[in-house]
Design a protein. Structure first.
Length: 74
């Protein structure tokens, strides 16, 4: 199977992590995100920049955020 076919089935194809975090934050707010995903980058002095830095270094947290995004918007 080619990469194009695999990407066509990927609901996050073409969506950046920054877009994911920004859209979720707009819908739920930081408090709502912290309630749904218990990670400090959403609870303690949250910002898009600090959240992106954490999520890029922490695969398990990124997976949870991406899963919430897909569940919420797709």
């Amino acid at each position: 199977m080619s990469d194009n076919n695999q990407q066509a089935n990927n609901p996050l194809h073409g969506v950046t992590l920054e877009q994911v975090v920004t859209k979720l934050q707009g819908k739920y707010g930081w408090e709502g995100l912290a309630q749904r995903i218990n990670i400090n980058c959403f609870k303690s002095d949250p910002s898009i920049k600090s959240s992106l830095k954490f999520l890029r270094r922490t695969p398990w947290a990124r997976e949870k955020v991406e899963s919430l995004f897909v569940h919420t918007f797709k």
